[in-house]
Design a protein. Sequence first.
Length: 411
Amino acid sequence: MSIYQPLADKVRPQNLNEFVGQSHLIGKGKILKKLIEEDKIPSMILWGPPGTGKTTLAKIIANATKANFVQLSAINSGVKDIRAAVEEAESYSRLGTKTILFIDEVHRFNKAQQDAFLPSVENGTIILIGATTENPSFEVNNALLSRCKTFVLNSLMQEDIEKIIEQVLKNSKSLFKIDQKIILNDKVKKYLANLANGDARSALGTVELALEFATSDNVEKNEIEIIKDHIEQAFQKSNLLYDRNGEEHHNIISALHKSMRGGDADASVYWLVRMLSGGEDPLYIARRLVRFSSEDIGLANNTALILANETFAACQKIGMPECGVILTQCVIYLAKSKKSIVAYRAYNQAKADVEKMGNLPVPLHIRNAPTKLMGDLGYGKGYKYTPDFENKDDAKQEFLPEELRGKEYLS
């Protein structure tokens, strides 16, 4: 029984000459091209949107370098796999051979997993190449990030996508095992390239699926023409632009947050549905709504925090798709609610004072005095128990450290 191999994997470039795009990194005289050609690969993070060539570049390095190459996926690998890779690298190191450890989706590793290979990166036992669609500043440990060079891959240009499609069509007989000629006119090709939005994998997946629709429509013909309708049908089955694992993730959650802050319930619902349709974890959104209810609504409507917390609990209980409407209800409520940043501002101002002034001493009269010695030293002396005073003015006393007396965070 043959194993299915996606088209994107079948046509994956094997060397830099076949690679399309990212000329700022691998164009003539560019840094990554030089490092590959001179076999001077440092530990690096390849950061970019899906379908821009991160895995392909890593495999090209594997073909070009003289190092032992080990590949792991953060989706299905754990600390045990990392340790095994490190042990293998140590064995090769004793033979004078360096090891490149390629980790796809490196952002999915937690701190403990990232820490497992950090010492080996530090001492040079392994050269790490991590591929990520997430901003490494958010997802990769600072200690690890500081020991890696980050290369940013851009979304492919429309012309790049068109070139990749053309290469596929030139080799269509061997790729698809068919005798019929495949026709894709320039207008439809440009439409597909634009629809792919810089993602070569998405474009190739759409071509592969569109060909199935086109073949069924041209069974007895000598040519198979892929038309716009075939592309649209195929693309509907591919992923909606949201890029849960990339920068667009941060852009859209920002759009949701700011739409709610601005009181635009319609825009808020739209951005919410964009996230859910793109496969976002509803609990991630629910956590952000809990935060929003205090950060932006706060004291203007204390019920908002209760509703957001209950929304989070409901999403935990029933999951998607049922919890979509629950999130929508909460988003509309938060968008329409009055806003207050008093608590948020007070927290940030107090935090700034703590960071600036350090551990200021607690005034003696409000310190706890559980022992005689502490009482003798004046702990708790002069403290006024407020409920005992009918006239609250008589109970006035200082609660802040001397250096902050008179400070108002709620002004």
